[in-house]
Design a binder for this molecule. Structure first.
Ligand SMILES: C[S@@+](CC[C@H](N)C(=O)[O-])C[C@H]1O[C@@H](n2cnc3c(N)ncnc32)[C@H](O)[C@@H]1O
Length: 248
């Protein structure tokens, strides 16, 4: 049975997909006949989009069984024509051996939750064909105004950056049944903009495209201006869109 809130989230994902592709500007990939991995596919909206746009085979992986159950039922009930193209799997990327190499890897709003990004990029490199590319778009980044995704329950923007982790954890544990030892236990990677740049630069990939602060929201104009000031950059940069190329 499909729950309404899952279907609503999936439908919202369809709108978000359009924004995702738009943010790569004129660097959008050619999806025709491509073997594609969606890392952190969630409800599966991006996988359906890839199939619709001509991908040959789409593998969507995620850790969350509940999301994958929705993705599979939704595929069967509402997108039956793509059943032979899309394969949703409950898999942890780092513990998975894929039978075939991919032409492309796409990943949307997942890197800000990925604790071990250097390992993830190494795995991406291993499972991509030569000349293959990663299209990654993600945010909000931890140091931006809502970079805690509301998970620290502090309610005010940037408070998670201003307050010490020790205090945040103590307060959180007081108010919740399941306690945490560190902020990362809330599923947040805590990487800064600087960290991401270093991780991408240190990986084997060539950074073909890298852009920040992609949004249509009117307030984003102010954020974009403030992000140009060096010491404010970390706090006013909220997302990253990048393309990583496996050259050889
Ligand atoms: C915020 S969700 C984004 C889902 C979807 N891409 C979207 O845009 O709606 C991030 C997803 O990444 C998945 N994820 C995180 N690390 C993963 C890993 N190592 N292997 C597979 N999936 C992972 C999580 O389970 C989660 O569902």
């Amino acid at each position: 049975m499909i729950e309404k809130k899952d279907l609503d989230y999936f439908n919202y994902g369809k709108i978000e997909n359009e924004k995702f592709w738009k943010r790569f500007h004129h660097h959008k990939p050619n999806l025709q006949n491509k073997y594609i991995l969606d890392f952190g596919c969630g409800h599966g909206a991006l996988c359906i989009d890839l199939a619709k746009k001509g991908a040959k085979k789409v593998t969507g992986i995620d850790l969350e069984e509940k999301l994958l159950n929705f993705a599979n039922i939704n595929l069967k009930q509402n997108y039956n024509q793509y059943q032979s193209i899309i394969d949703f799997q409950k898999k942890d990327l780092l513990n998975t051996n894929f039978e075939k190499k991919f032409d492309l890897i796409v990943t949307k709003d997942t890197f800000e939750h990925s604790l071990n990004l250097p390992d993830i990029l190494s795995k991406f490199y291993e499972i991509l064909k030569k000349g293959g590319r990663v299209y990654a778009g993600f945010g909000p980044l931890y140091n931006s105004y809502n970079g805690d995704h509301g998970r620290t329950q502090l309610r005010l923007p940037w408070l998670h950056v201003i307050l010490r982790d020790k205090f945040i954890i103590k307060r959180y544990n007081k108010n919740n049944k399941i306690s945490i030892d560190k902020i990362e236990d809330l599923g947040l990677s805590k990487y800064s903009l600087k960290d991401y740049k270093k991780i991408f630069t240190d990986s084997k990939f060539e950074i073909e495209f890298f852009i920040t602060n992609q949004s249509d929201h009117p307030v984003s104009i102010i954020f974009n201006l403030l992000s140009r000031i060096d010491f404010l950059k970390e706090f006013f940069t909220y997302n990253i869109y990048c393309i990583l190329l496996k050259k050889d």
